[in-house]
Design a protein around this ligand. Structure first.
Ligand SMILES: Cc1ncc(COP(=O)(O)O)c(C=O)c1O
Length: 479
């Protein structure tokens, strides 16, 4: 009887294997939808994104990525200074990452057992904490926002206090906790109410922070060492002062290094530039190797132990996929590549060269205001010019929308010079460069030459840049 049942089950098993199912060849599927991708994505996904891409001429049909480069449908090569919002520190398709992930896929190591201590998570935690020796424990999650949520919970549980203090212009993600401490109204609009007990203070203002801390209800102050939106730099002494104030008032100091961490600024963590040792450090983005979403909350033992304080609370903060083998392998391989290719040191040196070259342009171009950043997180900031003709052109497009000028730089950089960059934030006049840390000397020449050409063109009125401005304004007003 049992044998008959087993035979029936075997007969019912699917016979199609991955190798024989044509629809599971993702490269073929990707190629097949080259022409209808925008239509499909508009119909079933974000139509506004597709409209925007068409409007600004970014609908070039990227079909290949390699290291710091992207290639469009015609095989044209682009330099990617966006890095998937900071994900591709080691570049796209790094062979070491692929090999590490393939070794997981080719193995039968068990994944997500849940009632087990995941071995690769233990190894990644050890290696991450070796880089931040004053912290003792790591909790893994799946995204930057999820790490932020976890940090807020740890801070409240560890201190028994409720208030989280955050900065104007901060970006910590868009899930509800993270959005409650997002300092940019454009992300919050339409989603209220937010978490109670979140207090906003100006960035770089220690006395405002102290005023918030004085009430004694503050669990934590969370801050990006360099703000991602705008690439706003901390004033000298700000981060040390904030850490000291937090300690004095019994609040935790949380550094959100989701964008700045893992070598982006020329140090493993950006706080190292200012000799600050936070109580909690958040990392994500680059840790994924660009392949598998992952984030980590690194913290002091006392904070961790306040949450995991009894055996029956061993699963009090869990996330189903958080310690999956592929994510852990991506993290381990990324750390290996950062070390073996000395990418942190390389980011520092390359960043210095670029900042020097961009800064040297300031005296020649009145629209340029400032170049700021650290390592390979750089902003070129523009401001209203003095000369009459240029000022009138600026005013015309800025009256339609504040920050519109930045697109007169990013769009020609893309269309004419094949460089993908971004405007640094809502209403911002800064253009942000976030290259993979592997960019080479020839890439720097490409950037410097192109940036200068585009800035020079923006100083010619009338000229192509300002007619693009008028088109953008017309489209913007129509939309
Ligand atoms: C500093 C910082 N924190 C948090 C986040 C949110 O990360 P995610 O988009 O993975 O949720 C970001 C994303 O850009 C970020 O830059």
């Amino acid at each position: 009887m049992q044998e008959i049942a087993a035979a029936q089950i075997r007969a019912a098993e699917p016979t199609v294997t991955a190798a024989t199912a044509p629809s599971l060849d993702m490269s073929a599927l990707f190629a097949r939808h080259a022409d209808d991708c925008h239509e499909l994505y508009s119909r079933y996904g974000n139509e506004q994104l597709v409209r925007m891409l068409k409007l600004v001429g970014y609908d070039v049909g990227f079909c290949r990525g390699e290291g710091q480069y992207l290639f469009d449908r015609n095989g044209t090569k682009y330099l990617d200074l966006l890095s998937g919002f900071g994900v591709f520190a080691i570049g796209r398709h790094h062979p070491a990452l692929r090999a590490a992930l393939a070794s997981v896929l080719d193995s039968e190591m068990p994944n997500l057992i849940q009632m087990d201590a995941p071995r690769l998570a233990a190894v990644l935690a050890e290696r991450l904490l070796a880089q931040v020796p004053y912290l003792d424990k790591a909790l893994f999650a799946n995204s930057g926002g999820e790490a932020v949520e976890a940090a807020m919970k740890f801070a409240r549980a560890a201190t028994g206090r409720s208030v989280i203090v955050y900065c104007d212009n901060a970006f910590h993600g868009v899930s509800y906790g993270a959005l409650s401490i997002n300092g940019d109204e454009s992300f919050r609009s339409g989603f209220a109410p937010f978490l109670p007990d979140c207090i906003r203070v100006p960035f770089n203002d220690l006395s405002a922070l102290e005023t918030a801390l004085i009430g004694g209800e503050v669990a934590a102050f969370i801050v990006e060492p360099i703000q991602g939106k705008g690439v706003n730099m901390p004033a000298d002494g700000y981060l040390q002062g904030a850490a000291e104030l937090c300690r004095r008032h019994g609040a935790l100091f949380i550094a959100d290094e989701i964008q700045t961490g893992l070598g982006r600024t020329g140090r493993f963590l950006a706080v190292e530039h200012w000799n600050v040792e936070p109580d909690i450090v958040l990392i994500s983005k680059a840790l994924s190797g660009g392949y598998v979403p992952v984030s980590a909350v690194l913290m002091r033992r006392q904070i961790f132990d306040k949450v995991y304080d009894r055996m029956d609370r061993a699963l009090v903060m869990v996330s189903t996929f958080a310690e999956n083998n592929l994510a852990m392998a991506a993290g381990i391989a990324t750390l290996e590549v950062l070390a073996s290719e000395r990418l942190v040191e390389r980011a520092a040196a390359t960043g210095e060269r670029l900042m020097r070259a961009f800064s040297a342009m300031i005296p020649r171009y009145e629209l340029m205001r400032e170049v700021r950043g650290k390592g390979l997180m750089i902003a070129i900031d523009f401001a209203r010019p003095r000369s009459l003709k240029l000022r009138a052109a600026w005013d015309l497009i800025e009256a339609a929308r504040q920050g519109m000028f930045s697109q007169l730089i990013t769009i020609p950089l893309f269309t004419d010079h094949k460089i993908l960059s971004q405007v640094a934030g809502t209403n911002s006049h800064a253009v942000k460069l976030l290259p993979p840390l592997i960019v080479c000397s020839a890439d720097c020449d490409w950037m410097i030459k192109s940036v200068e050409a585009v800035i020079a063109a923006s100083h010619r009125v009338p000229g192509a840049a300002w007619s693009l401005g008028r088109t953008l304004v017309a489209n913007y007003l129509r939309a």
